[in-house]
Write a new protein. Structure first.
Ligand code: AMP
Ligand code: ZN
Length: 138
């Protein structure tokens, strides 16, 4: 499997960097974003390193899309979200900052103030952990 030793998301896959995992399957993992745009914001990534949408293996892309749907359903059911944004940024000019393909799964709440692009700011670890507990498990 492709691994980039300098990639922070590869380190999360390997367990070398901490993350709050909320979902995983053979091809993907999902974990909480450390700077959540809204309560419950998570990222789905393929286990295999690929820089972006142009380079990701089509099977990994399919698996990541299905995993994003699985998480979105949990956000609606468990977090009380009213909608979900799936966002992928491909290239620095399109706001990509971490160059390991990922899909943002961002729960949306009626009347929430989120505007895109959001300005990332570190979330409160206790609040991220609580949302993760609500999203974990099938
Ligand atoms: P993008 O700007 O689309 O490349 O998104 C990268 C996302 O990764 C941002 O929303 C960051 O907050 C998030 N992020 C960066 N480092 C970590 C980390 N160690 N754990 C969780 N999320 C991270
Ligand atoms: Zn990587």
């Amino acid at each position: 499997m492709a691994v980039d030793p300098d990639c922070i998301f590869c380190k999360i896959v390997a367990g070398e960097l901490p993350s709050r995992r909320v979902d995983e399957d053979e091809r993907t993992i999902a974990f909480m974003d450390i700077s959540p745009a809204t309560r419950g914001h998570a990222l789905v990534i393929p286990r295999a390193h690929a820089r972006d949408l142009m380079e990701v293996d089509p099977e990994d892309l399919r698996a990541a899309a299905v995993a994003a749907k699985r998480l979105a359903e949990r956000m609606l059911r468990r977090l009380g979200a009213d909608g979900v944004n799936l966002i992928n940024s491909c290239g620095a000019e399109a706001w990509q900052t971490v160059f390991h393909f990922h899909i943002h799964v961002i729960p949306r709440y009626a009347g929430d103030p989120l505007k895109l692009p959001w300005v990332p700011a570190p979330g409160r670890p206790d609040q991220i952990a609580q949302a993760a507990r609500e999203l974990q498990g099938p």
